[in-house]
Design a binder for this molecule. Structure first.
Ligand code: ASP
Length: 600
């Protein structure tokens, strides 16, 4: 018999015992959560992944165990054997709170230094400390819950995919670049000095090849790598639920995937989602919400005031309209009195970060159209009575409402009012947290023009099929080409996106062309795809969901770092392992890479 556990065998976990177990002799193993030495008795809370149980050391019962317990501290690992007894002072907060274990035998399996963070949910440790000591941080109940929930979600997904004929197939990690709009992580080849593999930004091309190879339905829960400037809540490596299907059109892909998400909600949270999901065209989403990922759980929709100000004498709006810009407004109902001048100043600062020059506002004070104090507004003096009434009518405002107006290029108006809408909802708690705002956004533009680079980029990726009726415009009017693409949006967050793919070499070449890729470049980069397309390609399409984000939203967490076991910081470091690290000279030499000192 092994010495390790002194012959002790675990009989129960630390979250399991109840009053029905009273009188039983049990053996638990786990970490010391808390210790109270009352002199005559020592109480410990013993923790494992299932919960916490109170154990009691009584010198009369087992002097040796009591002695050992004296030197035990937090995070020691113990095995205890003893009798289950009813507690004199039950703790209703704990599932095991009716009982405790009177210890007859105890072994210290492992000691612990004083831990640099407290293993408890509200320890207030900084993220830097939590990431450095992730092995301790992960012991916290909420991290245990989060990662187990994540596992549950992936299990539900795997089961669903399997039931629906999808096959889990692996794709390479060392590969050629697949453009998804980010920088690649490169891996130098030792054997082919001077050459590099790219880590996949997504398995996009491989999953399409699987369709060309006849696998029909593929899925994979797969790591993807994107070297982006880490905005708010991104990770250089993240996990996608990657899906592809053959012989399908948009509605086929959307229908099976909304059933997948419905199942996830039901089986992980017991929440019901009504299908089919709402579908909103990209144009409508932008027009109404200023965003291609609208949070539809509240109103505050955008209103176009360009007509109202067509002939205005107010120079600011007139100038804007004459130069092709747009004047638009949102109306915050009933809360005008809550919005102070100071708040408005801050909101103006907020929208200015989205590029607008200013934020005009109008409070509707009085019902009487002819009243002198019908509205309160710094721009009132520049507007006619008719204009004011027209604004009120267009945004459907009543007494007590406040209207916010911006004037700028359409995309700037959308960005700023789209963001203002969310900010107002946050500030004034306009969202019912129990609502689930789930929808598809469809018919995205195929291309996006970048003014700085003076060229078109693929809005989704270059393999997305154009809508049939727009194919003719690829070369002539790329701005007008709509894509067979769809995003799934949950509470204002894009949780997944995909498209029907181009399955025809000629159209693929036209799209590469419109993206400014020369014949040679596209051959060099995507030769294998273009060639594969020549040998019998079924119409196909798919989607990818961001698993980290999905799990985060299901758990109502505020960051994906709370649902990833070993996340990186904003600047892409792993504080636990200290990656990335300097490679040693010999490795670099082998790879044919010279290290050049860069002075700070
Ligand atoms: N490959 C795409 C992405 O990573 C998803 C898809 O089109 O299926 O966003």
């Amino acid at each position: 018999m092994s010495e390790l556990l002194s012959g002790m065998k675990r009989t129960h976990n630390c979250g399991e015992l109840r009053k029905e177990d009273n009188g039983q002799t049990v053996t638990l193993m786990g970490w010391v959560q808390k210790k109270r030495n009352l002199g005559a008795l020592i109480f410990l809370d013993l923790r494992d992944r299932e919960g916490v149980t109170q154990v009691v050391f009584d010198p009369d019962l087992s002097p040796e165990s009591f002695e050992k317990a004296v030197k035990v501290r937090g995070e020691f690992v113990l095995a205890v054997t003893g009798e289950v007894r009813m507690r004199e002072q039950p703790n209703p907060e704990m599932p095991t709170g009716l009982i405790e274990i009177f210890v007859s035998d105890m072994k210290i399996l492992s000691e612990s230094e004083v831990p640099p963070i407290h293993v408890q949910d509200d320890d207030n440790a900084s993220e830097a400390l939590r990431f450095k000591y992730r092995f301790l941080d992960l012991r916290k109940p909420h991290m245990q819950r989060n990662l187990r929930f994540r596992y549950k979600v992936t299990k539900i997904i795997r089961d669903f995919m399997d039931e629906n004929g999808f096959i889990d197939l692996e794709t390479p990690m060392l590969t050629k670049p697949t453009p998804e709009g980010a920088r690649d992580y490169l891996v130098p080849s030792r054997v082919h000095e001077g050459k590099f593999y790219a880590l996949p930004q997504s398995p996009q091309l491989f999953k399409q090849i699987f369709m060309i190879s006849g696998f029909d339905r593929y899925f994979q829960i797969v790591r993807c790598f994107r070297d982006e400037d880490l905005r708010a809540d991104r990770q250089p490596e993240f996990t996608q639920i990657d899906i592809e299907m053959s012989f399908v059109e948009e509605d086929d892909v959307m229908s099976i995937n909304e059933r997948l998400i419905q199942r996830v909600f039901k089986d992980s949270l017991n929440k019901d989602i009504q299908l089919p999901l709402k579908c909103m065209k990209y144009d409508e989403a932008m027009r109404r919400f200023g965003s291609d990922k609208p949070d539809i759980r509240f109103g505050l929709e955008l209103n176009d005031l360009s007509d109202v100000f067509k002939n205005t004498q107010f120079q600011v709006f007139r100038g804007a309209i004459e130069s092709g810009k747009s004047v638009q407004a949102i109306c915050l109902p009933k809360l005008a009195n809550e919005v102070s001048k100071k708040r408005i100043k801050n909101l103006e600062k907020f929208v200015k970060t989205y590029g607008v020059g200013g934020l005009a506002w109008i409070k509707v004070i009085n019902d009487d159209v002819n009243s002198d104090n019908r509205v309160e507004s710094p721009i009132e003096k520049f507007l006619t009575k008719d204009e004011i009434e027209n604004i009120i009518k267009t945004v459907n405002a009543s007494v007590g409402d406040i209207i916010f107006i911006v004037a700028d290029k359409l995309n700037v108006v959308y960005d700023s009012l789209g963001a203002l809408r969310l900010e107002l909802a946050r500030l004034y708690n306009l969202v019912d947290e129990n609502d689930i705002g789930l929808l598809w956004v469809t018919q995205f533009p195929l291309f996006e023009y970048d003014e700085e680079d003076n060229r078109y980029y693929a809005k989704h990726h270059p393999f997305t099929a154009p809508m049939d009726e727009d194919i003719d415009k690829i070369a002539t009017n790329p701005d007008e080409v709509r894509a067979k693409a769809y995003d799934m949006v949950l509470n204002g967050v894009e949780i997944g996106g995909g498209s029907i793919r181009i399955h025809n070499e000629n159209i693929q070449k036209q799209v590469f062309n419109a993206l400014g890729l020369s014949e040679e470049e596209s051959t060099e980069k995507f030769d294998f795809l273009l060639e594969a397309l020549r040998y019998g390609t079924p119409p196909h399409g798919g989607v990818a969901f961001g698993l980290d984000r999905l799990v985060m939203l299901l758990l109502n967490e505020s960051s994906i770092r709370e649902v990833i076991a070993f996340p990186k910081t904003q600047d892409a470091k792993c504080l636990m392992t200290n990656a990335p690290a300097i490679a040693d000279k010999m490795q670099m030499d082998e790879l044919g890479i010279a290290h050049i000192e860069i002075s700070e």
